[in-house]
Design a protein around this ligand. Sequence first.
Ligand SMILES: Nc1ncnc2c1ncn2[C@@H]1O[C@H](COP(=O)(O)OP(=O)(O)OP(=O)(O)O)[C@@H](O)[C@H]1O
Ligand SMILES: [Mg+2]
Length: 260
Amino acid sequence: MSLRGEPLPTRQANQAKPTRQSPATEPLLILHNIHRQFGETIILQGVNLTLNAGEAVAIVGPSGSGKSTLLHVAGLLDIPDQGTVELNGHNTAKLTDDARAKLRNTACGFVYQFHHLLREFTALENVALPSAIGGQPANLARAAELLASVGLAHRLHHLPTQLSGGEQQRVALARALMNQPQLLLADEPTGNLDPHTADAVTELLFELIAAQGMAALIVTHNPLLAARCYRQFTMHEGLLQPAETPSALRKKSIPSRRKT
Ligand SMILES: Nc1ncnc2c1ncn2[C@@H]1O[C@H](COP(=O)(O)OP(=O)(O)OP(=O)(O)O)[C@@H](O)[C@H]1O
Ligand SMILES: [Mg+2]
């Protein structure tokens, strides 16, 4: 199947093509000692992460471990109880609410876990929406171009309920790219898709990341998608730890030689 009418190669699970573009050395996002709790429940307890410009990083981990919570903090949708979020050289704790919202809108693109398309708006209007924030006229021409780039030129005027799950996910991806973000935050972008569509959306996601030179923080349960990222982390007990890569696991499984 293809998202653009042209065949995309399908890969077996053990043939993930790592993108692993070498990251720039310039930090774009620095999360330092992030704590977040809801009521008495501690979710994040000292998360540290530095993401360089142009670098794609995956976060995996069990349900309820705090992955979405961390993504919301990183994307300035939520404020940590402790710790600092530095984005594009700004210590975001020192910004006013308006300045933080502006930085979020210009620097970050969000693909939400349940894509959050507005039901009463067409695909074109949903994608154009981020450009209209701040009293600017919506940039419908760019929205149409983005929808074409994700293979949906023929679905511009469809409402979300008239689109398939994969199509809705691609609209959400196009919307995240509307303001040419430096940082893409994607929360299980293939989570609700069948394996074949998930593979095609993954392919498209990395094409777009490379084309736009964005950094990406991607929460996923999809091992193929995680393997395409430069680094992988696991959320465990409110902290991020480097994930065990397949090669590290292979090394572990080789029995150590006994001295005779
Ligand atoms: N606003 C909130 N108020 C209270 N508890 C919350 C709130 N948001 C999240 N939580 C709790 O925080 C925990 C972590 O939630 P989060 O959505 O970050 O998990 P997740 O790792 O993304 O899980 P999943 O893989 O299922 O999406 C959950 O136990 C959730 O119930
Ligand atoms: Mg989540």
